[in-house]
Write a protein that binds this ligand. Structure first.
Ligand SMILES: C[S@@+](CC[C@H](N)C(=O)[O-])C[C@H]1O[C@@H](n2cnc3c(N)ncnc32)[C@H](O)[C@@H]1O
Length: 298
């Protein structure tokens, strides 16, 4: 259950969702036809020292899922598609000349280490203090490919001050990213987040995010089966209790369009198809409910 001021370690609550994403990136990286390579994902997950997460990396969850048929399906294709989309978003943003980057809720995102960045680029990673501390410890000795700055904050609070205090230039156009974040914020915090981004975004700034139905079309039974399957291998992660799905949540496309940004959206299915990847029928239900959005401030 969430509370207004909750915080977490990497293996707890919302922190564990960052591990889930990293575990998927590790799995994709191992494929012969991988759509991206994240050489740090596996190291980050193993750094938990948790047998459950190690078992997930080593294929226990996938094997058990197969044994059970559809019940407890994962969401690999969704996470792969969005990773590719946001990698390409940053390539386009830097090609357009942007040299300031803000990754909101960076979690175990290793783009600061694994992507190529033009010299002079400054990249800010924002997340909760214990999540950033875990990542720094796990990647000790690895040099980022960019001027990477950690900003330990709660994104429901006054994070713009902390960002400015770390050298954010309000006059420079910025490439913002909110990947896998929105549904973990209550409706009022989501509006404040958008207001804050809008207030800090110089003309020419961009934002990319994923959005969509919070609840899966999967049955209660299937969701419960997934939670149980994770628990069976030693992972306590009940995603349905981490999300907010109030009726009054702002639609990001409407919000940014209404504030003078030019919005374009893409479906995950389109991104995956453009890279020759088709989801299984099982994954399609997940894929269909997500939208990828990029907006540019004129
Ligand atoms: C699903 S993970 C996504 C991580 C990363 N963006 C990625 O795709 O690999 C969600 C992340 O949001 C962060 N997060 C959620 N709510 C937050 C808040 N109120 N303040 C700071 N970080 C938050 C969590 O700590 C976690 O790292």
């Amino acid at each position: 259950m969430r509370t207004d001021d909750d915080s977490w370690e990497i293996t707890e609550s919302v922190g564990a969702t960052a591990l889930g994403v990293a575990a998927m990136r590790a799995a994709e990286t191992r494929r012969d036809d991988a759509l991206f390579h994240d050489p740090y994902a596996e190291r980050l997950v193993r750094a938990t020292g948790s047998s459950g997460w190690t078992r997930l990396l080593d294929g226990d969850f996938a094997r058990r899922r197969q044994e059970l048929g559809r019940a407890g399906a994962g969401n690999g294709a969704f996470l792969v598609g969005r990773t590719v989309y946001f990698d390409e978003y940053f390539a386009a943003a830097t090609a357009a000349g942007l040299r300031q980057v803000v990754i909101l809720a960076a979690g175990l995102d290793a783009r600061a280490y694994r992507l190529e960045w033009p010299s002079g680029t400054v990249l800010f990673e924002l997340d909760q203090p214990k999540v950033l501390a875990f990542k720094a410890e796990a990647l000790t000795g690895v040099a980022p490919a960019v001027d990477r700055r950690e900003v330990a904050v709660d994104l429901r609070h006054d994070w713009p001050k902390a960002l400015r205090d770390n050298g954010f230039d309000t006059s420079a156009p910025t490439a913002w990213l909110a990947e896998g974040l929105l549904r973990y914020l209550p409706a009022d915090a989501l509006d404040r987040l958008f207001d804050n981004i809008d207030g800090l975004a110089a003309p020419g700034s961009r934002i990319a995010l994923n959005t969509g139905q919070v609840r899966s079309r999967r049955s209660e039974h299937e969701r419960a089966a997934r939670t149980k399957l994770l628990a069976d291998i030693g992972i306590e992660l009940d995603m349905d209790n981490l999300w907010y799905d109030e009726d009054n949540r702002s639609d990001p496309a409407d919000w940014f369009a209404g504030h003078g940004w030019t919005v374009s959206t893409t479906s995950l299915a389109e991104v995956l198809a453009a890279h020759g990847r088709t989801g299984t029928a099982d994954e399609t239900a997940d894929i269909d409910r997500h939208t990828l959005l990029t907006a540019i401030r004129g």
